[in-house]
Design a protein around this ligand. Sequence first.
Ligand SMILES: Nc1ncnc2c1ncn2[C@@H]1O[C@H](COP(=O)(O)OP(=O)(O)OP(=O)(O)O)[C@@H](O)[C@H]1O
Ligand SMILES: Cc1cn([C@H]2C[C@H](O)[C@@H](COP(=O)(O)O)O2)c(=O)[nH]c1=O
Length: 217
Amino acid sequence: MTERGRFITLEGGEGVGKSTNLALVVEHLRGHGHEVVATREPGGTPRAEDIRRLLLDPVEEEPLAPDAELLLVFAARAQHLARVVRPALERGAWVVCDRFTDATYAYQGGGRRIEASRIAELEAFTQQGLEPDLTLLLDMPMAAAQRRLDERLHGQGETRDRFERERAEFFEAVRQAYLARAASAPDRMAVIDASADLEEVKAELLARLDERMATWR
Ligand SMILES: Nc1ncnc2c1ncn2[C@@H]1O[C@H](COP(=O)(O)OP(=O)(O)OP(=O)(O)O)[C@@H](O)[C@H]1O
Ligand SMILES: Cc1cn([C@H]2C[C@H](O)[C@@H](COP(=O)(O)O)O2)c(=O)[nH]c1=O
């Protein structure tokens, strides 16, 4: 019987370096000979990417209600799990995902103040016990991450999406909710100082990854 693949997630606030470092994790795992599926949430399938567009579009005439936002996040997740994540894990591939349910606890829980128990109900219904084997949480003060994000958006001529337009207090609440999650799940989540130089962040990230992989052998 094929051994189930591993499920690794990258988390953190806006502009902390998730996409940059996801590429590194993927390359590292491929170097170890694993089939790796790199994906993201919300999104990761054409339908789930449609939902992502709804979530990120800053339509000012009709603000999205927090409960609608939460349900859309889980609708996208259900589709992504059914079409991409579960099939990959079952055939033995490793899945590396840019954000997952810790983001829901951070953004919808911390940022929008939805009760964690309500998020947990949807999590149980949607995931049926599936959770990441390892979560790498990139953490840094939000003001510095915002500067990085601004530089990237400016460089690429992009505008801010619906979440990126939030206030500083929202991002601080998101950060604190992430750190609280990490403190409550130290066996699964590793906190990485993302404010360091990229080379240092990469070294720390790979050290944590290798440390955890050694326990899976
Ligand atoms: N350690 C670092 N030091 C300096 N700049 C960095 C570092 N890590 C990433 N960057 C730069 O910061 C910007 C944001 O990084 P990136 O897009 O990877 O963040 P992200 O967390 O994926 O953002 P988003 O929240 O939009 O998904 C990019 O321009 C990237 O090159
Ligand atoms: C999975 C997930 C994501 N979000 C938010 C967080 C981000 O602002 C966007 C995704 O864009 P990015 O390119 O990854 O920064 O979606 C959320 O609010 N809840 C979630 O569960």
